[in-house]
Design a protein around this ligand. Structure first.
Ligand code: SPD
Length: 279
């Protein structure tokens, strides 16, 4: 009999996949970690029964979180990834030869171990010598005063339950701002603009208290609740339209989903969000 696994929204909507087999289920000190092989989308990761990524559409998610910053940053030699335990975001960042160092700070070692073992097709850069994987608290990391500045910070956390709650608050983003270089860019995943509208709008408004340029952007991720997903691009001045042509050309040669038109179009904000942002 087929086993379906669902992310259940508010007891009233289900976002599910039919699975062929269960590859891993574990309880870490932080959360439940599960890896399944699904019939339609290949292998997939759930944390606390919420979908994190699936082979069938992870490239869209990871390309969208990484390349909007990487193609517009004046400099992107030092990159910090908070979360990102499946390795997909690090893979995209490290595709650029000019990147010198990436710190990836993931709170849950079980996520990294399970993904290295069962989802090696997603995290293809684990052995890159430029990647420093730290199993630790990203909030504590950005509050360190002894770090060289980062040119790009990517917050690839999970949904705001459990250990990821602190990745949605003002103090965290103030600390990120302090860790960024003068032209630094921060991108964070920003939930569903429909189903987690309060969280999404509150996150934008929180970032507006810290950064002069704050621009939400959107793209469809099949496995995520509501389909349409959001990220926020926040900078000390750089605008998302300031695309470096050489970097975009480089990115477009290897990306599956992301390109210049998608980059520019993704920043169109739905009216229902525009109205809430003005309120
Ligand atoms: N429910 C989806 C939340 C997405 C957060 N990040 C996913 C991790 C993929 N690297």
């Amino acid at each position: 009999m087929a086993l379906w696994y669902d992310e259940v929204y508010n007891g009233s909507l289900r976002f599910g996949a039919k699975t062929i087999r269960t590859l891993f289920v574990g309880e870490s000190p932080y959360q439940k970690v599960s890896v399944f092989e699904t019939e339609a989308l290949g292998k997939a990761l759930m944390i606390d029964d919420l979908w994190m990524c699936a082979e069938g559409d992870e490239k869209t998610y990871h390309e969208m979180i990484a390349h909007t910053a990487m193609t517009t940053a004046k400099k992107s030699e030092r990159v910090l990834i908070i979360g990102g335990g499946d390795g997909g975001t690090a893979r995209e960042v490290l595709s650029y030869a000019h990147v010198k160092h990436v710190d990836m700070v993931e709170i849950d070692g079980m996520v990294v171990e399970a993904c290295q073992k069962y989802l090696p097709e997603i995290g293809t850069a684990w052995d890159d010598p430029r990647l420093n994987v730290v199993i630790g608290d990203g909030i504590a990391w950005v509050n360190r005063q002894d770090l060289d500045p980062y040119d790009v910070i990517l917050v690839d956390g999970s949904d705001p339950v459990g250990p990821a709650v602190g990745l949605f608050n003002l103090d965290f983003y103030k600390a990120c701002n302090d860790r960024l270089s003068a032209d630094g860019i921060l991108v964070t995943q920003a939930e569903s603009p429909r189903l987690f509208q309060d969280v999404h709008v509150a996150l934008i408004k929180t970032l507006e208290e810290v950064f002069p340029v704050v621009s939400p952007y959107y793209q469809t991720i099949m496995i995520y609740a509501g389909g349409l997903w959001a990220w926020v691009y926040a900078t000390k001045g750089t605008k998302h339209t300031e695309i470096n042509d050489a970097l975009m050309t480089f990115a477009e040669q290897r990306t599956e989903h992301y390109n210049r038109d998608i980059h520019l179009g993704a920043f169109a904000t739905p009216n229902y969000i525009k109205r809430l942002l003005k309120a």
